[in-house]
Design a protein around this ligand. Structure first.
Ligand SMILES: [Zn+2]
Length: 249
């Protein structure tokens, strides 16, 4: 699907070419990866039967690091033992083999990785995260951890596309306030008072503005709402969660 490497029939997870070529252990699960419980502070979000699949991918679920995602732009450094990292939307590590996870169902899961540093960041970004600067926070976190933004490879997981993401005036008002020079590029008028919002273009542009090289962003532009047979979409009422996990090699 659009350049993603898929595993299983139907696919249980995807890999990204730009991370695979660097040997970065990672995956984005589909709705056919049936071993996820909802994330909470108390229990790790993967059920025991997911561990074997993750281990085959080089991801140690015992050290899986996750957050209570709150649609913000706050950053947490992953605890070296893994586990719960706090109420944040950006996780960063310099530790090798420490898997960082983001849970989504329409929002963007962004992975930014400079294997040479090494430094790894994952971020959860919806429209609120976009207006609050989560993409810029992710690049700052990478830089603060010793990563070089211009050297980093960035991936954007399947998420809701401009084909399906209709928003109304209140969202546009906040977007306009946050990005007065840019917002019009990301919005197309739909019915009166309604707009189609392109969070992909918005966050790609914000990542580049923060220092990421445009040609190092891999966005397969796969829309969660267009693929109910494969993905979860909150907007479409398919309310499970996709998980994007990555670790430094
Ligand atoms: Zn769509």
């Amino acid at each position: 699907m659009n350049g993603l490497i898929s595993y299983g029939e139907p696919p249980a997870y995807f890999l990204y070419r730009s991370l695979a070529v660097l040997g970065v252990p990672h995956a984005t699960t589909t709705r056919h990866f049936e071993a996820i419980s909802s994330p909470s502070e108390k229990a790790p979000p993967f059920r025991a039967d997911a561990a074997a699949t993750l281990r085959r991918l080089g991801l140690d679920s015992e050290r899986l690091t996750y957050a209570r995602q709150v649609h913000g732009a706050a950053i947490a450094t992953a605890p070296t033992r893994g586990g719960f990292a706090g109420a944040v939307d950006v996780l960063v590590t310099r530790e090798r083999a420490l898997p960082l996870a983001i849970f989504t169902a329409d929002c963007l899961a962004i992975v930014a990785c400079d294997v040479g540093a090494p430094a790894l960041v994952v971020a959860h970004v919806g429209w609120r995260g976009t207006v609050r600067g989560a993409a810029e926070a992710a690049v700052k976190a990478l830089g603060d951890a010793g990563g070089r933004p211009e050297q980093a490879v960035v991936t954007i997981a399947p998420s809701i596309g401009p084909c399906c993401y209709e928003v109304d005036d209140p969202v546009i008002t906040v977007l306009r306030k946050s990005y007065p020079d840019l917002w019009e590029r990301w919005v197309r008028a739909a019915d009166p008072g309604h707009f189609m919002l392109d969070l992909w273009s918005a966050n790609e542009e914000l990542l580049v503005r923060a220092g990421i090289a445009a040609d190092r962003i891999e966005n397969p532009r796969v829309c969660t709402a267009c693929h109910p047979e494969l993905l979860y979409s909150y907007r479409k009422g398919n309310r499970g969660r996709l998980v994007t996990v990555a670790a430094l090699p």
